[in-house]
Design a protein around this ligand. Structure first.
Ligand code: BGC
Length: 465
């Protein structure tokens, strides 16, 4: 097998030309044409405009939420902070000691969030978080002092201030009744009180993209965009307040971070022209059907199932694998990590990882089936990179900074071999001549929350002077 480049549109090698032609035709809706790409570009710009408008003529699918973070770390950060990071199946509690703007010491503990907490009553979820904090404080012998805390809550929120975040909807694997429409900080504070014995002041609530941008700015002052490419997907950027029509007169600051919540791009139907039967299938099996359209086109929570759904269709039509295909009906049988590994095979010119995935599923396959899987993983990933890069390029053009560092965190960016190289290419194509670099801001959502707690303290001190 010949190694391919992550920059190339995948090609399909199958011995039977008729079968090859049939597969290529069947899967062609997954390849975005230049015309479709241009249309996505124009629609995203328009949805941003609507999301920032004071009186939009129709509702945007983009929240364009105010994060109330008007400035970034400036090197004066000092002191001890706590941070929480909730968004996936692992909740993290973090202690950070900052000295002259640098992290001097950090302690991180992970707590698994069981599904009954992710899907059960909201109050119980927040009680669980408070228990974890109490456990952390005790285990790490941090009792007896007051901590200011930054809370990364990686869900769409409407913020009323830096420490008030009203949940708009759950996403990913959470759906706890009683939280939508409520302030997550209030719910956390109530749970902390119920827990007792904790002296904590929640000073900031933020999204994980925002934390990533803040962490990116700590690493590189030129950072003006944050992105998560993991289980979910989202982006944020620094906007000039004068361009935010809906806040005119309400803010004295000149710039603020906007959490776009681009995972929901297309929830109003504007992206339906690229939607395929496999996107419908994945959406229909998801926890929150008919929401987070854009995220479901490629994010880590969905990529494995998309891949599986495409293979299932090919199998049912007699174009893939001669046996064992029932497993392809099982939701979750293939993960995004499997897809990443299969993609690595393509770039190495081998099929080892792909075989391991197939063997694990007990599929009956031959060489052609392996090549088909490589092709499917390739075109799905390629589509995902293209989508996320289009949006990133548009933001670079909008900000027009001399150079923009884009801070990114998440498993897809870290481990999927196509994302980083192809993003570099596609973002340059979308924003030609713009200088940028992609920087992994590892643990941006955790460390960024500690940094944001420190920014909150600075803002508070200044306003009370
Ligand atoms: C959430 C975003 C978050 C993203 C990445 C999405 O499902 O709505 O708020 O930033 O996942 O974690």
């Amino acid at each position: 097998m010949v190694a391919t480049s992550p920059l190339e549109l995948p090609t399909l090698t199958v011995s039977d030309p008729v079968r090859r032609k049939k597969i290529l035709e069947r899967l062609s809706p997954l390849i975005l044409t230049p015309g479709q790409q241009q249309k996505i570009h124009d629609i995203f710009l328009d949805e941003m405009r609507l999301g920032l408008a004071a009186k939009p003529e129709k509702e945007s699918s983009l929240l364009m939420a105010n994060t109330f973070i008007p400035e970034l770390p400036d090197g004066t950060e000092n002191g001890e902070y706590l941070a929480l990071d909730l968004g996936g199946t692992h909740f993290r509690v973090i202690y950070a000691h900052m000295k002259n703007g640098k992290f001097d010491e950090e302690i991180v503990d992970y707590y698994h969030v069981p599904s009954e907490k992710r899907l059960g009553p909201g109050e119980e979820l927040f009680d669980f978080l408070a228990e974890c904090i109490a456990n952390f404080i005790q285990k790490r012998q941090l009792g007896g002092r007051n901590f200011q805390l930054g809370f990364t809550f990686s869900f769409p929120m409407i913020q009323k201030s830096l420490d008030v975040g009203i949940l708009v909807s759950w996403t990913k694997s959470f759906n706890c009744p009683g939280v939508v429409g409520e302030d997550a900080v209030r719910m956390l504070n109530d749970a902390i009180k119920r827990q007792g014995g904790l002296d904590i002041t929640v000073t900031a609530i933020l999204n994980d993209t925002t934390g990533t941008l803040v962490m990116g700015a700590y690493l590189d002052k030129r950072c003006a965009m944050g992105m998560i490419l993991g289980t979910g997907c989202n982006g944020c950027y620094i906007e000039k307040v004068e361009r935010i029509e809906k806040w005119l007169g309400k803010h004295k600051e000149s710039e603020v971070i906007i959490d776009i919540e681009w995972g929901s791009f297309g929830d109003n139907g504007v992206l339906d022209f690229i939607r395929t039967q496999w996107d419908d299938a994945v959406d229909n099996q998801s926890l929150l059907v008919h929401s987070y359209t854009f995220e479901k086109y490629f994010a880590g929570k969905y990529l494995g199932d998309l891949f599986r759904e495409v293979l299932l269709t090919l199998a049912k039509e007699g174009l893939f694998c001669s046996g064992g295909i029932d497993i392809l009906n099982t939701h979750g049988a293939i993960t995004a990590t499997n897809v990443s590994n299969i993609e690595s095979d393509s770039f190495k010119g081998v099929t080892d990882e792909t075989k391991a995935v197939f063997d694990n599923l007990n599929l009956i396959y031959d060489d052609d089936d392996l090549h088909i899987a490589l092709y499917v993983a390739g075109i799905l990933s390629y589509r995902g990179v293209l989508l996320v890069s289009l949006l990133s390029g548009i933001l670079l053009e909008r900000m027009k900074h001399d150079h923009c560092t884009i801070a990114i965190d998440g498993s897809l960016f870290q481990h999927h071999p196509r994302f980083r190289p192809l993003m570099e290419k596609f973002i340059s194509d979308t924003a030609p001549g713009r200088s940028f670099d992609l920087r992994l801001a590892h643990d941006g959502s955790g460390k960024g929350a500690a940094l944001t707690a420190s920014i909150a303290e600075r803002l508070k001190k200044r306003s009370s002077r």
